[in-house]
Design a protein around this ligand. Structure first.
Ligand code: MN
Ligand code: MN
Length: 468
């Protein structure tokens, strides 16, 4: 190489933004760690298909790791570990810092709800000798993707006596599963000529749940009666109990390694479990931080974060307020100096659909944790745009700690977009930036992520917490 070429190479090395497959630069040791971290993650995915199951999983881990339910009347010392649960659908875990909440807290937030089909309040119908459950889909889905795949029912039914029963049915091979039927191609000429968004409509997402009439009896609705009899025997419920239920229909598939090289994981609800799990693991690892450090797992992100279990509720603020009162600090000051990683996924560049992405500002599988300075759509509408200063602070931290990371926005400017919970934390006057895992086929029943990106998201949150 001539010295001139050498200089050009050096100058490029010095000045250009590096954008490459993390598989080229990651150490053997960290690649091994990525693969073993993925094993724990798959276990979490398979055991936590709903927000309640995720919170339950997190609670079990918290208790095993010495976290105790927070007590407002107790005095905490650095290193103490506390948690609080909101309606079984949110959990916040905290490790008390050496300086407590005095200089603000470090916070990671992620959501544990995912797109799915919810049952309607009065869902059970019999139509031409088939039992079906009517649904109202939850979150942004491409409806056709939810037909003809095995589905499971998860959720809670509150009965007339006030007790409740938690249901999981369709996950193991010895249990029945469910599905949404679709029209055979032979008869689908009209359906196939429709727009994709209209080929399967919301009212077509009916779950097939039975076909046998109640034994030996004549009359109408005998298939429905048979199903209700089975449900009554198994769970003690009657038809009106569906009204007081949160029943969620989710893909029955298990998370699985993907690719000849096993570098990726296919599964349901990587959005946002692939960030929630790293955030959970990072707080479990957190020991004696400088500032009080928190992980919050929240609900209802996919429908706008509204309601008392969404991140627009006061739950997190109240929790931080309780901790700051114990420290004798005003919650306003704590929130103002709070730093937050809003851990949520971004869309990975899909070479099959290049026209929807702007290649220079997309995230890519294996290029590490994605830093998303702003979300929103169409002129940055509805965004939380992290300041240059906070963005710089986080990017420098990631680089200094050898976290493989990339920067991205979500798709082409005028093509769509989306938001995260970043803005709701930012509205409390905290510094917030989105970081997370790039996902292929986001919001589908079988999303894809890479093990390197998953591990680097864990590492990013860990270095932010001061664990590494
Ligand atoms: Mn998300
Ligand atoms: Mn989402």
């Amino acid at each position: 190489m001539s010295s001139k070429e050498d200089n050009v190479k050096k100058l490029k090395e010095k000045l250009f933004l590096k954008r490459e497959n993390g598989g080229k630069t990651i150490s053997k040791e960290e690649l091994d760690k990525s693969f073993s971290f993925a094993e724990g993650y798959k276990d979490f995915l398979n055991k936590s298909k709903t927000e309640k199951e995720s919170v339950r999983y997190a609670l079990k881990c918290a208790i095993e790791n010495g976290f105790e339910e927070v007590d407002k009347n107790k005095k905490y010392k650095p290193g103490d570990k506390v948690y609080k649960i909101n309606r079984d659908r949110n959990i916040v875990l905290a490790v008390i810092g050496k300086n407590g909440t005095k200089n603000g807290v470090n916070l990671a937030v992620a959501h544990v709800d995912a797109p799915r089909l919810d049952l309607k309040p009065n869902p059970l119908m019999e139509q031409h000798d088939l039992g079906i459950l009517k649904t109202h889909y939850y979150g942004g889905i491409k409806k056709y993707q939810w037909t003809t795949i095995p589905l499971a029912i998860h959720g809670r039914i509150v009965k007339r006596d006030g007790s409740f029963v938690d249901i999981t049915l369709g996950e193991s091979e010895d249990e029945p599963c469910f599905c949404v039927t679709d029209l055979l191609p032979h008869l689908a000429r009209e359906q196939m000529s429709k727009k994709m968004s209209e080929a399967i409509m919301g009212e077509d997402l009916n779950i097939l749940v039975g076909s046998l009439p109640l034994e030996g009896k004549d009359g109408s609705d005998m298939v429905k009666l048979n199903i209700l009899k089975l449900l009554n025997e198994k769970y003690g419920i009657v038809e009106s109990d569906f009204i007081s239920s949160d029943l969620e229909i989710v893909p029955a598939m298990k998370a699985q390694d993907l690719g000849f090289d096993r570098s990726m994981i296919g599964g349901y609800a990587h959005d946002d479990r692939s960030c929630a799990y790293p955030a959970l693991r990072a707080i479990l690892d957190c020991k004696n931080p400088e500032k009080t450090t928190l992980t919050m797992l929240t609900d209802k992100e996919e429908t706008g974060s509204d309601g008392n279990t969404g991140s627009q509720s006061k739950f997190l603020e109240y929790f931080i307020s309780d901790l700051s009162e114990l420290d004798g600090v005003s919650v306003r000051d704590v929130l103002t100096h709070t730093k937050c990683l809003s851990a949520d996924v971004n869309a990975a560049y899909d070479p099959t659909y290049p026209s929807s992405f702007e290649a220079a500002n997309s995230s890519y599988i294996n290029r590490g944790v994605v830093v998303t300075k702003y979300t929103g759509s169409g002129g940055k509408y509805g965004t939380s745009d992290a300041t240059a200063e906070f963005t710089g602070e986080i990017c420098n931290l990631l680089s200094d700690k050898n976290v493989i990371w990339q920067s991205s926005e979500l798709g082409k400017v005028d093509i769509g977009g989306g938001g995260t919970i970043a803005k709701y934390v930012a509205n409390m006057n905290a510094d917030v930036i989105d970081i997370g895992v790039p996902v292929l086929s986001m919001h589908s029943p079988f999303e894809v992520i890479s093990k390197i990106d998953l591990y680097m998201t864990f590492k990013a949150i860990s270095v932010f917490f001061g664990n590494m």
